[in-house]
Design a protein around this ligand. Structure first.
Ligand code: MCA
Ligand code: AMP
Length: 472
């Protein structure tokens, strides 16, 4: 039987009892050796169990990048409970929507007035039924490992159910294709409430026996300094991070690494070339989605083609257009998710017979590599974060004199795309809207610009035609 991710962690940590495998770099530096990871995750799993959390229970976890938070997430998975990450900086409204949808047994979060508190003690009735000692790493492949919330086109959050088998298959693809090994030390400054930072970076590196250095909050100079300070060999980034390193003249810090991987948003050919010029690194760009995990990648050995995301990982089938054509990419893979939590209709819209509709329009270049050239879904990607226009429009409509509104993405050197709201309303008061939105939406979702227009393009059925919006 192939090992699950938690089984691989336990094995890898047991092989490296006195080696530092996890480092968190923030105001303080915390280092965990293999033996400490084993002991701490076991102790936290025991503590959770004593609070009534058992295998297959859902646990909402505030995805802070601190050492405490990380070992807690690992413990939740080792216990066989289902990890449901939420962001530290999200609004109470956003968090409450997730909690209401997923109905967790417990919320593990920093003390925060309001939302999480009322759920903290929900598990109380179950205290005392803990088996002792707790059994770790027992989850089966078809058990859920995590539920990852994405906003989706309706504006309401949907939880993507990711199984242990999905994680195992993804680990095989990444460890095999990128040759992740115990010799590696990954530097990650990615948030941990998304697949990129949490699964691809943290969890799979640990499963390979590699060391992981987590920078608690990205900052370009500090990130560059850590390369040598922590003897880093690999790093996974979003394009905005490379752009920031470039602004600070620090791209050369990438030189000593054996591998730099970029994803979550398109990497421009100009940035690919800037990095190569400054550091001799040819960035390995790859592609994925929360619902499919990573499925397409440029090769470790062989040609890495800028402007492309590469080819299918082993075990992944892609439905691709003919040469010269463009079409929506569909993906079949052991990493494709099990559907959206309690949303059979939403699941059926994107998933049939194991094939996942990506909503991304692709073409195939002359070497057979996939090029992402557009989207059929209404999505803005800002700095690697997804923003769904309808979610923000629903929050804005009727607020601060807004009569009608359309949220669109405009090209931005800094963020890839920037969120802009086109507003209709004689009495529109931008300062009021900005202030009110602070309490409702995560910072990255809030429009960076508001532009007044006389009217918005709508079709005969009244549907907003966002693609027709211009400043004219
Ligand atoms: C931060 N801000 C943003 C963004 N990030 N605004 C728009 N777009 C963003 N991406 C806000 C901050 O909250 C702050 O707001 C203001 O901008 C300035 O913050 P700054 O310090 O300049 O930015 P930062 O905090 O350094 O963030 C930049 C970042 C971050 C580190 C590049 O955007 C980031 O972590 N991106 C990674 C996203 C990611 O991991 N995506 C994976 C999902 P205020 O001033 O109001 O406080 S996709 C996925 O998982 C799939 C599987 C895949 O393919 O990978
Ligand atoms: P998420 O739903 O947060 O997992 O984001 C998935 C989406 O990010 C994909 O459907 C793509 O639109 C986008 N994406 C991920 N990687 C890349 C990439 N390398 N190039 C272009 N778009 C990407």
């Amino acid at each position: 039987m192939p090992l699950t991710l938690p089984q691989r962690w336990a094995h890898a940590w047991g092989q490296a009892l006195d080696r530092v495998l996890l480092v968190t770099r923030g105001d303080v530096t915390v280092r965990f050796q293999g033996d400490e990871l084993l002991e701490t995750t076991e102790a936290i799993a025991g503590e959770l169990a004593s609070q009534g959390v058992g295998p297959r229970d859902r646990v909402v976890w505030e995805a802070s990048t601190s050492g405490d938070a990380i070992v807690t997430a690992l413990a939740i998975i080792r216990l066989g409970a289902v990890l449901v990450p939420v962001a530290t900086f999200q609004s109470d409204l956003e968090r409450q929507r997730v909690i209401d949808d997923v109905t967790p047994v417990i919320v593990v979060a920093e003390k925060r007035t309001g939302v999480a508190e009322q759920y903290r003690h929900r598990a109380q009735g179950r205290v005392g039924i803990v088996e002792s000692p707790v059994h770790l790493d027992q989850a089966q492949g078809d058990h859920l490992a995590m539920i990852m919330y994405t906003s989706g086109t309706t504006g309401l959050p949907k939880g993507a159910m990711i199984s242990h088998e999905n994680l195992r298959a993804q680990a095989d693809m990444i460890i095999g294709s990128w040759e992740v090994s115990p010799e590696d030390r990954l530097l990650s400054a990615l948030p941990l409430f998304h697949v990129h930072g949490l699964v691809v970076g943290l969890m799979i590196s640990l499963a390979a026996g590699a060391g992981v250095v987590v920078m608690e909050r990205f900052e370009a100079d500090g990130f560059a300094d850590l390369m040598t300070e922590e003897a880093i060999t690999t790093s996974y980034v979003v394009p905005t991070m490379l752009q920031r390193l470039g602004e600070r003249g620090r791209l050369s810090a990438l030189s000593p690494l054996r591998l730099v991987v970029s994803g979550s948003a398109a990497l421009s050919t100009a940035m690919f070339e800037d990095v190569e010029r400054a550091s001799r690194q040819r960035i390995l760009e790859r592609y994925g989605m929360t619902e499919t995990l990573l499925t397409v990648s440029n090769p470790l050995h062989g040609q890495r083609r800028s402007g492309t995301v590469g080819r299918a990982f082993p075990g992944v089938e892609l439905e691709l257009p003919e040469k010269g054509g463009e079409a929506e990419l569909r993906v079949k893979s052991p990493t494709v998710f099990a559907g959206y939590w309690k949303r059979p209709e939403a699941t059926a819209e994107v998933l049939s017979d194991g094939w996942m509709r990506s909503g991304d329009i692709v073409r195939v270049d002359e070497a057979g590599y996939v090029v992402v050239c557009g989207r059929s879904k209404e999505l803005i990607i800002s700095g690697g974060f997804n923003v769904y226009p309808t979610e923000i429009e629903d929050l804005l409509r009727g607020r601060g004199g807004i009569e009608d509104v359309a949220v669109v993405g405009i090209a931005s050197e800094r963020w890839g795309e920037e969120v802009v709201a086109y507003v209709v309303g004689e009495d529109f008061a931008e300062d009021v809207v900005r202030r009110e939105l602070e309490a409702l939406a995560s910072p990255y979702k809030r429009p960076q610009q508001y532009r007044r227009v006389a009217q918005l393009p709508r079709n005969a059925l009244g549907k907003l035609q966002r693609h027709l919006i211009t400043d004219a």
